[in-house]
Design a protein around this ligand. Sequence first.
Ligand code: SF4
Length: 225
Amino acid sequence: MRGPLGEGYVSEPLELIADEVRSCTRCRLYQTAKQGVPGEGNPRADVLLVGEGPGFHEDVQGRPFVGPAGKLLDELLARAGLSREDVFITNVVKHRPPDNRDPRPDEMEACGDYLDRQIAAIRPKLIVTLGRHSMATFFGPAARISQIHGTTKPWRDMLAYACFHPAAALHQPRFRELLEQDFDGLPRALAQARERANALASGAPDSSPTSETAEQASDEQLSLF
Ligand code: SF4
């Protein structure tokens, strides 16, 4: 699968990208979804949250994270001192996979261009991945979320920060504490990301470690989310 942000992407209006998503037929997902869910939030956000795909409520409303997982996300953001006005929220695929199944590699490949262009338009400093499919996009397919959640990784001139998906805690309460740990570590990750961006902008050599633990990762093999 092609990674996001191929070279040469230029900033363009987010609404232009959203309009293309709403009329997109590049992969099969548009056939079963009610509508495209491009994403929304602060167009100049330092923090971009990337989930996996719209669910039932998102498909109905055309907005990201508006169901129970979205309510939990709001609570988690508040723990980190953030609100929806501070961030931009989108997904790896913009149409709902039927029955909330995992997005398939060819669907993520087809949809990747929209995420690329959103990143180029927003220019966030920190990309927060929610769930394993989003994580794999930025941390690589070999990464295991059970081992790297709560850690950062340099990604271009940004940092990526891996978190479990909020829906995980809705299905299995034991994930709640892990999610809270991940979001408690978010302010530190954001500070690191801003520091790195400032250093790179001033021409300083990149001294970021390959991966840094912001919270101690669980040893459990939690591969579902
Ligand atoms: S999921 Fe992405 S690529 Fe597939 S139809 Fe929707 S917008 Fe297009």
